[in-house]
Design a binder for this molecule. Structure first.
Ligand code: AMP
Ligand code: GLY
Length: 437
């Protein structure tokens, strides 16, 4: 079986890695890929948004399964385009991907499905948004309706901040057309977690929970990023919460979509706030998370190619999906200045030494080939150093041993990835009757 992964980040490296381990997969291609992916798999020089180019290439090569990584091609209709060509895609069609493509649409579906989510109002007119904000007198979150590469959300402590966010999004148009409409919603307090699910129509199989670390610096300080590291499992997300996510979030959403005649097929990503009143949905994504994928896939014991194929043929309910009990941690190494401005083309040292650390896998994100066989930085998030272990503490130790081997000018990483879970395990172990985890 020939598989094509679309994209070129850490998530796509992890997808290629997982697919490449399945015996039924003969060849893994990645378009456009990156320097790390091209060491192990065949990279194809076609951009992730070149739908025609990708569809023609996949048809010519006889690709059996295509797995898009990023949201933009899905929201632009890649799955629709591929299926017109008779090609199999593991990912939602355009109208289903609108669960990520429009926050307003996602809120409407959540309303119909009775999913717990923050109370909100939607505005096309900045003056009305401001009038509403001035009446609230409490922290609010202002969100661009459309796709903004993960940047269109502003958490606002004061009225002035919220009003400024409306200006940025609707008037300065910092996110272009994505900001023609804004959602203003109540601020929710709690710990965040991600639960993704393999979905097909009315059936969903939940993956193991993950916690991402969205802020740039230790202690959840600094600007929001795409994600600076992740771990799985998550002590704060036990089976009770997973049941709620399954029965009150994912299944009802798939049902509400079907009522509108939309079959959701692919990964549905629920970004959750674990509030005192249970899990609330912050957002849906129509794809695998990055870096969530890097920690979930090493724990998957069933063939991912088989799961994805089953989801495209209606056979997902007949698959048993097995997960390892081992823990997994991914630490992102970023370019100095990320997520704002950063240099590219900086040589990276220590890649092989990091990969030789026991239990460590080095996933490349923003890397490209430099002069003389070197590998240089080409993005904000450069590498995801991932490790598994018997516990989060073990996986963390191994991942940070890998991190210590990598050097490039300006490199930085968070040193507290997974620390919250390690502390929670420590507290559980010191309680009477608590085991050692
Ligand atoms: P989103 O892209 O909607 O997940 O938002 C990005 C980040 O903004 C989330 O990961 C949260 O940290 C924060 N956020 C979004 N919505 C809310 C909310 N209603 N209350 C508190 N924080 C939020
Ligand atoms: N790590 C957050 C995301 O993939 O959207």
């Amino acid at each position: 079986m020939k598989v094509l992964v679309i994209g070129g980040g850490g998530r796509e490296h992890a997808l290629c890695w997982a697919l490449g381990r399945n015996p039924e997969v003969g060849a893994v291609y990645c378009a456009p890929g990156n320097a790390g992916i091209s060491r192990e798999f065949s990279c194809v020089n076609i951009a992730a948004d070149d739908m025609d180019g990708l569809a023609k290439w996949a048809a010519r090569e006889g690709i059996d399964l295509t797995v898009p990584g990023p949201e933009a091609p899905l929201v632009a209709g890649l799955a629709d385009r591929f299926s017109r060509e008779g090609l199999r895609v593991f990912g939602p069609r355009r109208e289903a991907a609108m669960l990520e493509g429009s926050k307003h649409f996602a809120k409407e579906i959540m309303g119909e499905a009775g999913v717990p989510t923050a109370r909100f109002e939607v505005f096309d007119d900045p003056a009305r948004a401001r009038a509403y904000i001035s009446k609230q007198g409490r922290p609010l979150v202002v969100k661009a309706d459309g796709l903004a590469a993960g940047k269109g959300v502003v958490v606002c402590a004061t009225e002035a901040e919220a009003s400024h966010a409306v200006e940025e999004i609707m008037e300065i148009k910092a996110f272009g057309d994505a900001g023609r409409r804004v959602i203003v919603e109540e601020f929710l307090e709690g710990e965040e977690a991600t639960v993704m699910a393999f979905c097909d129509g009315d059936y969903a199989a939940l993956m193991q929970p993950v916690q991402d670390h969205k802020r740039a610096y230790d202690g959840d300080n600094g600007p929001n990023t795409g994600g600076m590291g992740a771990y799985s499992p998550v002590p704060a997300v036990g089976s009770e919460i997973l049941d709620i996510v399954s029965n009150r979030v994912i299944s009802p959403v798939l049902g509400a979509m079907l009522k509108r005649g939309i079959r959701y097929s692919g990964v549905l990503y629920a970004g959750l706030m674990l509030t005192r009143n249970g899990p609330f949905v912050l957002e849906f994504n129509a794809r695998f998370g990055d870096p969530e994928t890097q920690v979930v896939l090493p724990r998957l014991e069933t063939s991912i190619a088989d799961i994805m194929l089953a989801a495209t043929t209606g056979e997902l309910p007949r698959r048993r999906i097995e997960w390892s009990r081992r823990a997994s941690v991914c630490v992102v190494i970023a370019s100095g200045g990320y997520p704002v401005a950063y240099e590219k083309g900086i040589p990276i040292r220590g890649l092989d030494e990091a990969a030789r650390e026991p239990g460590v896998v080095v996933f490349h994100a923003g890397t490209s080939a430099g002069p003389g066989g070197s590998i240089v930085t080409s993005g904000g998030r450069v590498l995801g150093i991932t490790a598994t272990g018997e516990s989060i503490a073990d996986a963390r130790d191994a991942a940070y041993r890998g991190v210590s081997r990598i050097q490039f000018d300006g490199a930085f990483h968070r040193s507290d990835i997974g620390l919250r879970a390690v502390k929670a395990a420590g507290r559980a172990a010191t309680r009477p009757g608590g085991g050692v985890g």
